[in-house]
Design a protein around this ligand. Structure first.
Ligand code: AMP
Length: 183
């Protein structure tokens, strides 16, 4: 990458970082929570994030953008709109009214479940997955499973924030994974 582009990317990343609030010990002691509400309320910041999340996917034939409850719902529909694609929600269990596919996945303590409507993704359709934070990668890996259960093709995953030290992308092998801001 030319040095000027590298420098511009760094500037953009630092600008976004400046808009993300870091809240220690939330929701429990020892967790540093990255609060994106301070980024969302900034008009330029919000536009930069939606533009950044969609930039590499214009003209890539994305049919569906999948967003993960709850904070993924803030970004994924805007990305879908930017790409002229549809939006599909992946929800916590028991929220979807029609027949749903489910996946159970491992948490640090215990397990969790996510669901998607069975008719939400067409066979062979090109899917982009969007969420706010890539932490351990467990959630994203579960969503990939759901999309593949419906025979959709996962083209890539886009995150606003990536927590590098948790090595989440190791749970997403062979896939194009991008994030706008890394810690
Ligand atoms: P994971 O399955 O570990 O990759 O966790 C991803 C989900 O947890 C994301 O959807 C985030 O909303 C949330 N999350 C995990 N860690 C943080 C954090 N430090 N700050 C804000 N959200 C987080």
């Amino acid at each position: 990458m030319p040095p000027l582009i590298v420098e511009l990317k760094l500037l953009a990343m630092n600008h976004l970082k400046g808009l993300i609030r870091e809240v220690p010990d939330f929701p429990k002691p020892g967790i540093l929570f990255y609060d994106i509400t301070t980024l969302l309320k900034d008009a330029h910041g919000l536009k930069a994030v939606i533009d950044g999340l969609s930039a590499n996917y214009h003209g890539q034939g994305i049919d569906t953008v999948v967003g993960i409850e709850a904070r993924g719902f803030i970004f994924a529909p805007a990305v879908a709109y930017a790409l002229s694609a549809g939006f599909v929600p992946v929800r916590k269990p028991g929220k979807l009214p029609a027949a749903a596919e489910r996946v159970e996945y491992q948490l640090e303590y215990g397990t969790d479940v996510l669901e998607i409507h069975r008719d939400a993704v067409e066979i062979g359709s090109r899917v982009l997955i969007v969420d706010d934070v890539l932490a351990t990668g467990g959630t994203a890996a579960a969503v990939i499973k759901l999309v593949r259960q419906l025979k959709g093709e996962v083209v890539g995953l886009q995150f606003v924030i990536e927590l590098d030290f948790l090595k989440g992308r190791e749970k997403l092998p062979g896939l194009k994974v991008q994030s706008l801001v890394q810690y």
